[in-house]
Design a protein around this ligand. Structure first.
Ligand code: ADP
Length: 250
């Protein structure tokens, strides 16, 4: 099951360790039928950032998430993830890139039913090449990091929604990815659990994680240090805390 695909290093040196985690230049996406979902997106995400990619329904957030997550190619423009030019990689190399560099968190958790929290988190290391015992011990540490050490043997149906999402976050970060991509992570949660999940995002960010939260919720976006606001497939506004006097026009 190990994916041993080698990801070629970008010419010119160790950009993966020092450059931006994400660098999009002139990215467009046109779906069959002529829908121009993205119309020229330039976006750089540096190491250690915590940002929202926000916008109303239909603005292009999911399309952008799929392109940053290397799940879907751009129609035109360039996409570099951790220094790798994704256009030059095969499907196997893209899978390896995702496994090594990106952690995903989804609104609906996507935990494996009938499997303990610890084993669910260990799934995040499936392609790491580590033996099972080490995957499980790292998973236990990751559960501790998200405050769920005492729930390690619980299965998903024995956990609350907020706890399930924290397990999913532990699974996403257990391999210490360069980027955590969270797609509406609080969308299925009540307000209090949602707040706890966002506090966890802040905590992980303070510990060094680079995190992009995709959301249609302006309240969530406004609480993050940077907001990239998408509208009609374009970046309408890109702010950092204290500099968003231009307002929230959507
Ligand atoms: P958001 O996530 O902000 O709701 P999307 O990225 O899902 O926005 O969609 C942006 C635009 O692209 C919308 O007009 C949507 O209808 C269209 N779209 C999304 N996915 C597809 C697809 N697979 N085929 C055709 N059009 C699509």
């Amino acid at each position: 099951m190990n994916d041993t695909a080698q990801i070629p290093t970008t010419a010119g040196g160790p950009t993966a360790a020092h450059g931006p985690v994400v660098e999009l230049a002139g990215v467009t996406k046109t779906y069959p039928g002529g829908v121009h979902a993205l119309q020229g997106v330039d976006l750089a995400i540096g190491r250690g950032e915590l940002l929202a990619i926000a916008g109303p329904s239909g603005s292009g957030k999911s399309t952008l998430l799929h392109i940053i997550g290397t799940l879907d190619p751009a129609t035109t423009g360039s996409v570099h993830i951790a220094g790798h030019d994704t256009a030059t990689l095969t499907d196997r190399q893209l899978s390896a890139l995702r496994a090594q560099h990106i952690g995903f968190v989804f609104q609906a958790f996507h935990l494996v039913p009938g499997m303990s929290a610890q084993d669910n988190v260990a799934e995040g290391l499936l392609y790491s090449g580590l033996p099972r015992a080490q995957r499980r011990s790292r998973a236990a540490q990751a559960l501790e990091r998200v405050g769920l050490a005492d729930r390690a043997s619980h299965r998903p149906h024995e956990l609350s929604g907020g706890q399930k999402q924290r397990v999913a976050i532990a699974r996403a970060v257990v391999g210490e990815p360069d980027l955590l991509l969270a797609d509406e992570p609080t969308g299925a949660l009540d307000t209090a659990s949602g707040q706890a999940v966002m506090e966890l995002m802040h905590q992980l960010n303070q510990e060094g994680a680079t995190i992009a939260v995709i959301t249609h919720d302006t309240d969530i976006a406004d609480r993050l240090p940077r907001q990239v606001r998408i509208r009609d497939g374009r970046i309408a506004q890109d702010t950092t805390a204290g500099t968003h006097a231009a307002g929230r026009e959507w």
